[in-house]
Design a protein around this ligand. Structure first.
Ligand code: FES
Length: 110
């Protein structure tokens, strides 16, 4: 597996509340801007493996559009049922108006 950061988008492509699917080294990632911060999380929910894309964002969390599980954007922790396992998150770097993501995930939160 390759390591390091890859430029995946320009900051102008991801407005507040924006969500963008990214595939890096076989990892399916959802890139999000929420409250001025950029996050890269797993594209699929840990409950039934449906897409988190389109989930509502609030207070640093995303709500799965299918059955309502909530995850913390910062570390992927599962915050409410029906999901009990966290999701992957990935390091994000913003510089020179570009967003880069590292395809090596952070440790999974409980
Ligand atoms: S697939 Fe996300 S809560 Fe069921």
């Amino acid at each position: 597996m390759a390591e390091g950061f890859y430029v995946v988008a320009a900051t102008s492509e991801l407005v507040e509340g924006g969500q963008l699917f990214v595939e890096l080294d076989g990892e399916e990632i959802l890139l999000i801007q929420h409250q001025g911060q950029y996050y890269a999380i797993a594209y699929l929910c840990s409950h039934a493996e449906f897409s988190l894309e389109g989930g509502s964002l609030h207070d640093g969390c995303i709500t799965c559009p299918y059955h309502g599980a909530e995850f913390a954007l910062v570390n992927g922790a599962a915050l409410s049922p029906p999901a009990y396992e966290g999701i992957k998150t990935y390091p994000v770097r913003v510089e020179n108006e570009t967003i880069s993501v590292n395809s090596t995930p952070n440790p999974i939160a409980a």
